[in-house]
Every structure is written in C-alpha cells, then in structure tokens.
Design a protein around this ligand. Structure first.
Ligand SMILES: NC(=O)c1ccc[n+]([C@@H]2O[C@H](COP(=O)([O-])OP(=O)(O)OC[C@H]3O[C@@H](n4cnc5c(N)ncnc54)[C@H](O)[C@@H]3O)[C@@H](O)[C@H]2O)c1
Length: 285
C-alpha cells in the first residue's frame, strides 16, 4: 500500500461530487468518473459553486481555481489505473456496485485501496468482488460532504489494520472525523439509530400528531439536531431512504411508498416532505 496521492471517485452524483471536492480541497489529485458524461459536467459546476459559496461564508480560505485544477474527468474507468485510493459512490444497488467493483479491480493496482460509500449494503457482499479484500473498506461519508464532519469507516470481513489506519488518516486529511463500525450491522451505526427515530417521526405524521415542520423543529430545538428527520430524509433522497428501510428489514412506510410512486424524492426533485425552489431552497409556506 503506498501513500495516497491520487484519489479516484466513481459516481459523480450528490456524494461523489462532495467527496471529490473535499479531496481536491485537501490537496489530492482527483480523477472523477461517471458512466454519464453529463453527470461529470454537472458535478464540476456544482463543485465550483459550492467552493465559491464556502468562500463567501469564510469557511474555505483557498483558491477555487487551484482546487478545481486538481480535479480531472476520467471518461473511462481505465483512467483510474494510477489511483492510490478509489472510492465508489454509484447508485445504492448491490448489483450495480458489484459489477462496477468487478470492472474497477481489473484496472487499479492490486495494492490500491478500494472503498465504498454505500449507506446500507453489507460489506461482505461487496468485498467478495475485490481480490485482496484486505484493502477494501466502507468509507461512509455523510451529505452534504463539504459540510458534514463524519465518516463511518465500516470494516469488511477481511479489512486489514493497515487499511483501517490508511482510511482514518485519509478521512482526517479531508477534514472529517472517522468512527469505526467493527461488525456487520444493518444500517451500520448512525443510520441504524437515525432510522429508529425516523420511523417514529413517520408514525407521528401518519397519526396526525404533528406536521413535518413541527416534528423537525421539535428535534432541532429539543435535542439540538442540526436538521429534523424530514429535512434529513428530503436531503438524502426519499429513494435512498427507502432502500435503507429495506436493508433494515422494514417495508418502506406507506407515506414513503406513495412519495416514491409520485416521484417526490426530496430536494433533488423539488418536492419531498417539503417543496423546494429551483435554487434548492426549502419553500417556507
Ligand atoms: N444521498 C445521500 O445523502 C447519501 C449519504 C451517504 C451515502 N450515500 C451513498 O452514496 C452513494 C451515491 O449516492 P448519491 O446520493 O450520490 O447518488 P446519485 O444518484 O446522486 O449519484 C450516483 C451517480 O452514480 C453514477 N453511476 C451509476 N452507476 C454507475 C457506474 N456503473 N459507473 C459509473 N457511474 C455510475 C450515476 O450516473 C450517478 O451520477 C450510494 O451508495 C448512497 O447510498 C448517499
């Protein structure tokens, strides 16, 4: 295993964009790959506007152009060959991730670190696709990545101590605090605890006990949560949440099923539990 200099990110969606951004901000050379060319274009423009916003807020003191110069598009997976670490952030689907890993490991060095940003898929079903699975680990970033300080490092059945230490050092180097999930656990750690609360919040909504606004305000003001459960579900995507409910062994609650059918997937579709303007800001009624 060599020092991490070049980071590959596969999947240039919400999470991959954030991971690429914080990696480039920390000084890594980043190669960003997505199977859809338009996703890479969108990702680069989102990264730039996020850096500009952070600069305006005073939380990023660097130079946006310099950071962006460290991020390159990889039109093909093959271009990731020289990466020291590749993080996959493709769709939350076992088969999509397995197929991608199978292709990726043909390309990267046998000692390159390989990680998955999955929020719910058991490590064992992914690490079986990685020859030398000692170098495979879950790096579960939280979104929006530039703003959220946590990374869950999820051990696979064969993850080595050296890989764990390298992943901890990488997480710290991009400004995050790692917590380690040492055993298989549905929803890993933080989501497992969050989903118990989210289920209760959905029950309170369906029983007519309170509105999403009041439930969210209650948890923010009463428990110091940065965002209430409905705000979190809208931000992460109702479809992503539904996938995690299934992994945890619950059928998605009725309201969630109905929202999926209507395409109300949260902030990214302009409507979830709340409505959002074209700028992605919640519309306050
Ligand atoms: N959304 C969240 O808040 C959140 C939080 C933590 C973890 N995650 C996890 O991160 C991962 C990505 O989630 P997201 O919200 O960024 O999804 P997203 O839908 O925004 O982005 C996924 C991207 O992957 C690309 N893709 C799909 N298959 C591909 C392939 N075979 N090769 C290359 N690119 C491919 C898609 O084109 C898309 O651009 C998932 O595993 C999800 O569970 C999401």
């Amino acid at each position: 295993m060599s020092v991490i200099r070049k980071v590959g990110v596969v999947g240039a969606g919400f999470m991959g964009t954030g991971i690429a951004q914080v990696s480039a901000t920390a000084g890594y050379e980043v190669l960003l790959h997505d199977s859809r060319a338009e996703a890479m274009e969108k990702s680069l423009s989102k990264m730039r506007s996020s850096l500009d916003k952070l600069k305006a807020k005073g939380t990023f003191g660097g130079n946006t152009d310099e950071v962006m110069a460290r991020v390159r598009k990889a039109e093909t997976l093959k271009e990731l060959a020289g990466c020291d670490l590749v993080i996959e952030a493709v769709y939350e689907s076992v088969s999509v991730k397995q197929e991608l890993l199978e292709e990726l490991v043909k390309v990267v060095r046998p000692d390159a670190l390989v990680s998955s940003n999955t929020s719910s898929i058991p490590m064992e079903s992914l690490s079986e696709k990685v020859p030398n699975p000692q170098r495979f680990i879950g790096t579960h970033f939280f979104g929006p990545v530039p703003l959220m300080a946590l990374v869950e490092l999820v051990l696979g059945p064969e993850t080595s101590e050296a890989t764990l230490e390298a992943a901890k050092a990488f997480a710290r180097s991009v400004g995050k605090t790692p917590v380690v999930v040492r055993k298989p656990s549905p929803g890993f750690l933080v989501n497992r605890i969050f989903f118990a609360a989210a289920l209760e919040a959905l029950r309170c909504l369906s029983e007519g006990i309170a509105t999403p606004e009041d439930i969210d305000a209650g948890m923010r003001l009463g428990y110091g949560w940065a965002a209430g459960p409905f705000e979190v579900m809208d931000g992460a995507g109702v479809d992503v949440m539904a996938a995690v409910f299934m992994v945890l062994g619950f059928d998605p609650p009725q309201q969630v099923q109905e929202m999926l059918e209507k395409g109300w997937l949260g902030r990214k579709t302009g409507r979830g539990f709340y409505e959002y303007g074209p700028d992605g800001k919640k519309i306050i009624k």
